[in-house]
Design a protein around this ligand. Structure first.
Ligand code: BTN
Length: 248
C-alpha cells in the first residue's frame, strides 16, 4: 500500500466533539470543499447505524472523512462497499493482526476473527447549492469494544495490535484513499465488488437485512450483483436485491 506523505492529507484533529459526522456535515454546510478527515479523542453523542448511539470513550478511534460531490448520485450508492474495503485493507496491514482474519460483513462492518471491530456510518445531505456532502464515519475499537451489544465485539488490542492510535488512523485513511482511487468515482466498481467479495464473510450463509423502516428480512446471502446489491434467497426460489446505498 502506498501511503500519502505526511501533510498531504487535510486532517482536523479534535479532542472532544458530539459526533465527528455532525462536524463534517457542518463543515460542508459552511462551504468546505471536502476530502477532509476529522478525528476526535472522544464523542459525547456518537451516532451508530439505524438511529443507535455509538459509545465513544477515549482510547478508540473516531474518524470521519467528508467528501463533497464524490461522484454522480447513481454511483454514490457504491460508497458503503468502497469504504468498507478500504478500511478492511488498511487495518489488515497493522502489525500484530492476522490479515486473513480481518473481514467485511455486509454492508460495512469490519470483523476480526468473527467479532465486530469497526462500525461505519455514512450520512449524506444535499446543500442548497446542490452539492452533495457525504460524511463517512468510522468507529474503530482500538482499546476496547462496547459491551452489551447483541453481537460479538472485539478490539485491535485483543486481536494482537501493539501500536498507537495515530498509526491506526494513518492506515485507515490510507486504505480508504486507496479504495476510492480503485473505485475511481464509480468507473471501476467491478474491481471493488470482486475485492469486497474476496475479503467478506457470510456468502452461502444465513443473513438478516435490517430495513430503514425497522423491519428485517432473513434469507441466505447468495452474492453481490453487478451493482453491488446483496442478493438474498428467501427460500422457494424467491430472491431479493438490497442496496447498501439505500440504507444511508
Ligand atoms: C455502526 O452502528 O456500526 C456504525 C458506527 C459508526 C460510528 C462512527 S464513530 C465516528 C463517526 N461519528 C459518529 O457519530 N459515528 C461514526
Amino acid at each position: 500500500m502506498t501511503r500519502p506523505a505526511a501533510g498531504a492529507r487535510r486532517h482536523l484533529a479534535l479532542d472532544e466533539v458530539g459526533s465527528t459526522n455532525a462536524v463534517a456535515l457542518e463543515a460542508a454546510r459552511a462551504g468546505d470543499p471536502g476530502r477532509l478527515w476529522i478525528t476526535a479523542g472522544r464523542q459525547t453523542a456518537g451516532r451508530g447505524r439505524r438511529g443507535r448511539s455509538w459509545l465513544s470513550e477515549r482510547g478508540n478511534l473516531y474518524a470521519t472523512l467528508l467528501l463533497v460531490d464524490p461522484a454522480p448520485d447513481r454511483h454514490v450508492v457504491d460508497l458503503p462497499l468502497v469504504v468498507a474495503l478500504g478500511v478492511r485493507n488498511g487495518l489488515a496491514e497493522l502489525s500484530g493482526l492476522e490479515p486473513g482474519l480481518v473481514r467485511i460483513k455486509w454492508p460495512n462492518d469490519i470483523l476480526i476473527a468473527g467479532a465486530k471491530a469497526v462500525g461505519i456510518l455514512l450520512e449524506s445531505e444535499k446543500g442548497r447549492d446542490g452539492r452533495r456532502a457525504v460524511a463517512i464515519g468510522c468507529g474503530v475499537n482500538v482499546e476496547s469494544g462496547a459491551t452489551e451489544t447483541p453481537y460479538a465485539v472485539t478490539s485491535l488490542r485483543e486481536a494482537g495490535y501493539t501500536g498507537t492510535l495515530a498509526t491506526v488512523f494513518d492506515h485507515l485513511a490510507a486504505g480508504v484513499d486507496e479504495a476510492l482511487e480503485l473505485w475511481d468515482a464509480g468507473r471501476q466498481f467491478e474491481r471493488v465488488r470482486s475485492e469486497w467479495l474476496r475479503h467478506s464473510v457470510g456468502r452461502g450463509e444465513g443473513c438478516r437485512v435490517n430495513l430503514p423502516d425497522g423491519t428485517s428480512v432473513e434469507g441466505t446471502f447468495v452474492d453481490l450483483d453487478q451493482d453491488g446489491r446483496l442478493v438474498l434467497d428467501e427460500g422457494r426460489g424467491q430472491r431479493r436485491h438490497f442496496s447498501a446505498g439505500d440504507l444511508f
